[in-house]
Design a protein around this ligand. Structure first.
Ligand SMILES: [Cu+2]
Length: 158
């Protein structure tokens, strides 16, 4: 277990270093020490009619660390606001915070947890990227690009 955790940490640091800019401070500025959160599969189904009013966002959070974290908010430079919601049978409820357990995975997917983007800055088009900034209590800010996909898109493995 301990070996796996250490290996996981090294992988995250290596990934961060590889993805960062060439600045010598890249690893400290873009990947705070102790951050073991990764985000994958971020996408936004094309809103009906290409509307800029509202769009949903889905993604998968992974915490490969031994310490729990909490997603406390999301924002985007390309949307007026981003909120976290939980769909129920009849409605959806706002989420103030989403816990991400140690060694845990949290999925935002159709019919469940989702992001709601309001007031997109540009007309959404399939293939375009929307930047999302996820704020974690411990890991700090994690920035990801969500790809705009066709309305009926289903992520691999779903
Ligand atoms: Cu919603």
């Amino acid at each position: 277990m301990r070996t796996a955790l250490l290996r996981g940490t090294a992988a995250v640091l290596l990934t961060a270093a590889a993805a960062g800019c060439s600045s010598a401070t890249a690893t400290t500025s873009s990947a705070p020490p102790g951050s073991r959160i990764s985000v994958s599969g971020a996408y936004i189904p094309l809103p009906a009619g290409g509307s800029t009013e509202m769009a949903a966002g889905y993604l998968v959070l992974r915490n490969t660390g031994g310490q729990a974290d909490t997603l406390t908010g999301v924002s985007s430079p390309q949307a007026a606001s981003v909120t976290m919601h939980q769909s129920t049978a009849t409605t959806m409820q706002p989420l103030d915070a989403v816990p991400v357990p140690a060694h845990g995975t949290v999925t935002f997917a159709r019919g469940g947890r989702h992001l709601m983007l309001m007031g997109l800055a540009e007309t959404p088009k399939v293939g375009h990227q929307v930047q999302l900034r996820l704020e974690f209590k411990d890991a700090g800010t994690v920035t990801v690009s969500a790809t705009i996909e066709p309305l009926t898109y289903q992520p691999p493995g779903s």
